[in-house]
Write a protein that binds this ligand. Structure first.
Ligand code: PMP
Length: 401
């Protein structure tokens, strides 16, 4: 039976990480994996998270009973509030509610499943390029037609906004459009507020369904309010929509799988039926979500003192990334590396889409032990004060070779 099974392809980002870990060169640098690193190149447990997890694990009143199918109420309310804002009329009107999910990926998957099974949606669009998992998540949920809309102008290293509008304009009524709420992965380029307005106008006119993917709220700019602008704008305009929220990056809770799917409806009257259908979908997939990470996030967001400490942590992370963008840009400028590098400082979030081609990427990996995705995407967190000179020199050599 099992002998006939063919091996599947490697997942690039994880294969790259494994190659990095096996590499014995002391100067090696990992710009591939999508996780925060300190200036010492180490993973970071946010101090407020450490403090809170110790408090939770030593609290003898907490037990390991099942959570409700749709999750920890204190968590989903806090997550939805963080996303839509404490003064959100959608929350006050009970038109918006949250479902605890297995991180951002789980929120996308359960949302896609609902759209496919309950609302019979069959067509979804994602940006070209996008986070590599969007296609698979929607395909596995049963979407029959998956298309991309233009997003990136490689030559100008900006958004191909005309292309984006043209492709969305050609989408059939009812199509699901995946939009990155902020810090677009992998390009680091977001639409301006004016461009978001035009996207919303078009989507309203064409009756397209917005599915916003919010994996970097607060982590991108250091300000969760600012990073939620596009989501809140769509909600204020009266769209019915889904938002997939991840707490992997902004709380550093990658492996705890803490996420929330925010559902915004036109009328509160549909909430009960919608929630009950989600309950059945979750029941058949994994029955109930895990508790630990959601307790950490709920405790922090619901306590003003801890929340303030968390805000400091996200400023530390986003500040270090911005500093590394500037450091890399300055080094490449000093070296007079051919090409323009302004995009490194203008892009936001964890990633930079360098514009390096596959051949140059190969040189970086093979000759310099600097690991990055073949698309040229680099994780700025992989840079630190000790390796930025080396990485800049390696890029310079790869470009001029
Ligand atoms: N969407 C985007 C755009 C992402 O970059 C990521 C993380 N790489 C995710 C969703 C989901 O991540 P997770 O499931 O770890 O929350």
């Amino acid at each position: 039976l099992f002998e006939a099974v063919q091996k599947g392809p490697a997942i690039e980002v994880f294969a790259l990480n494994r190659a990095f870990l096996e590499d014995t060169e002391p100067k090696k640098a990992n710009l591939g994996v999508g996780a925060y690193r300190t200036n010492e190149g180490k993973p970071w447990v946010l101090p407020v998270v450490r403090k809170t997890e110790i408090k939770i694990t030593s609290d003898e009143t907490i037990n390991h009973e099942y959570l409700p199918v749709l999750g920890n109420d204190a968590f989903t309310k806090a997550a939805t509030g963080l996303l839509l804002g404490d003064n959100s009329s959608a929350i006050a009107d009970k038109r918006a509610f949250g479902i605890q999910t297995l991180s951002g990926t789980g929120a996308l998957r359960i949302g896609a499943q609902f759209l496919r099974v309950i609302l019979d949606r069959r067509v979804a669009y994602y940006s070209n390029p996008t986070w590599e998992n969007h296609h698979k998540v929607f395909a596995d949920a049963g979407f029959e037609t998956l298309r991309s809309y233009r997003y990136w102008d490689q030559e100008k290293r900006t958004i191909d906004f005309e292309g984006l509008l043209a492709d969305l304009d050609a989408a059939p009524e009812g199509a699901v459009i995946i939009l990155h709420a902020c810090a677009h992965n992998p390009t680091g380029c977001d639409p301006t507020q004016e461009q978001w307005k035009q996207i919303a106008d078009l989507m309203e006119r064409k009756k397209l369904f917005p599915f916003l993917d919010s994996a970097y709220q607060g982590f991108a700019s250091g300000d969760p309010e600012k990073d939620a602008w596009a989501v809140r704008y769509f909600v204020e305009r009266g769209f019915e929509l889904f938002v997939a929220q991840s707490f992997a990056k902004n709380f550093g809770l990658y492996c705890e799988r803490v996420g929330n799917l925010t559902v915004v409806q036109r009328n509160a009257a549909s909430s009960e039926a919608v929630a009950s259908q989600f309950t059945w979908l979750v029941r058949g997939m994994y029955s109930n979500p895990p508790a630990f990470g959601s307790r950490i996030v709920a405790t922090v967001l619901n306590n003003p003192e801890l929340r303030k400490e968390w805000m400091e942590c996200i400023k530390t992370m986003s500040g270090r990334i911005i500093k590394m963008r500037k450091a890399l840009f300055d080094r490449l400028t000093e070296l007079q590396t051919p090409g323009t590098w302004d995009h490194i400082v203008s892009q936001i979030g964890m990633f930079s889409y360098t514009g390096l081609n596959e051949k140059q990427v190969r040189v970086l990996i093979d000759d310099f032990h600097v690991y990055l995705l073949k698309s040229g995407r680099i994780n700025m967190c992989g840079l630190n004060e000790n390796n930025v000179d080396y990485v800049a020199q390696a890029i310079h050599t790869a470009v001029t070779k």
